[in-house]
Design a binder for this molecule. Structure first.
Ligand SMILES: *Cc1c(COP(=O)(O)O)cnc(C)c1O
Length: 299
């Protein structure tokens, strides 16, 4: 499964309908080079184009690999933008993979971002704990410990990634005060089954990583062989809810092509409504009614 996610295959040469190099139109919501400002109160800071793994379905494959220095040249402009925009309270530090930066550069970056008065939280998007767990060493942890709160979104794809070494890395991050979540891309033939997803999310929870998002695979050029239908994704979510801990269940989302942002997708749980009731289907397929109060009801 892991091999399929990183080794190029001939299927990538086929560009399917609706696929493009930048489906999320990030280039159009780029405020300054390397900074995507799509939502009102948070920004995505692409700090480096170097990555820890080159996933074949990567939504930023247009800009990762090679040009290591390219984005670092623009850090000061991005920091100035965040400083000027007092509505930004949350900064997502991503790339490439920011944990491929040196401890010194990360320390500098985190110091600058958390030093901005209106920035309340920082999140680091990374796959390093899964693919290069030895990077989570004492000197990196000493840097991360200095800044609170730091959230980390770990890209996790398959339960086989949760090796003893990866587990140690996640636990070390949690022990040092980093709040951990995971992001998973739903991939055909890799993780598109209830048992595989359940195993992945259970293994993450055991090492204190809360499953955060399950992404429908973005229509990046040459990714059709990885994409499941949305109905399949809904069926998988239905196979989780109720059958395991709510903590093990991420939000299934589509990051909308064109730059509309993430939209949650749910199986059909609301099956009907009348003046007095909302009809809800539970995980066993049984329908229950919930008494709905009218907005202007008088007692
Ligand atoms: C995903 C994303 C975020 C963060 O979204 P959350 O739903 O808050 O996790 C912010 N900016 C951009 C451009 C994103 O793609």
């Amino acid at each position: 499964a892991i091999r399929r996610t990183v080794i190029p295959s001939i299927e990538e040469s086929y560009v399917g309908k609706g696929e493009s190099a930048d489906p999320l139109a990030e280039e159009h919501t780029t405020a300054v080079q390397g900074l995507v400002h799509r939502y009102p109160d948070r920004v995505l800071f692409l700090t480096t184009s170097f990555c820890s793994t080159y996933c074949r379905y990567c939504t930023r494959s247009r800009m990762v690999g090679g040009h290591t220095e390219a984005l670092q040249k623009h850090w000061e402009e991005a920091l100035a933008y965040i400083t000027e925009h007092t509505e930004v309270r949350d900064v997502v530090i991503s790339g490439g993979d920011p944990l491929t930066l040196s401890d010194e550069m990360l320390d500098y970056l985190l110091g600058r971002v958390t030093g901005i008065e209106h920035v309340e939280m920082v999140r680091i998007g990374t796959k390093v704990p899964m693919v290069m767990p030895q990077r989570i060493n004492e000197s990196l942890l000493a840097v991360l410990r200095k800044y609170k709160p730091i959230y980390m979104s770990i890209h996790a794809t398959h339960p086989d990634e949760l090796t003893r070494e990866a587990a140690r890395a996640c636990n070390a991050l949690a022990d040092n005060g980093v709040v951990l979540g995971s992001q998973t891309v739903l991939l055909k033939g890799v993780n598109d089954s209830v048992p595989v997803l359940t195993d992945l999310f259970h293994k993450l929870l055991r090492v204190r990583v809360k499953p955060y998002y399950l992404f429908q695979c973005d229509p990046i050029s040459g990714s059709q062989h990885f994409r499941t239908t949305v109905d399949k994704g809904k069926a998988l979510m239905q196979g989780l809810r109720g059958f395991t801990s709510g903590y093990a269940i991420p939000q299934y989302v589509i990051d909308t092509p064109g730059g509309g942002g993430k939209v949650p997708i749910l199986p059909q749980y609301e099956v009907g409504q009348d003046d007095e009731h909302l009809y809800l289907r539970n995980y066993e397929g049984k329908v229950f009614s919930y008494p709905t109060a009218r907005e202007n009801a008088t007692c």
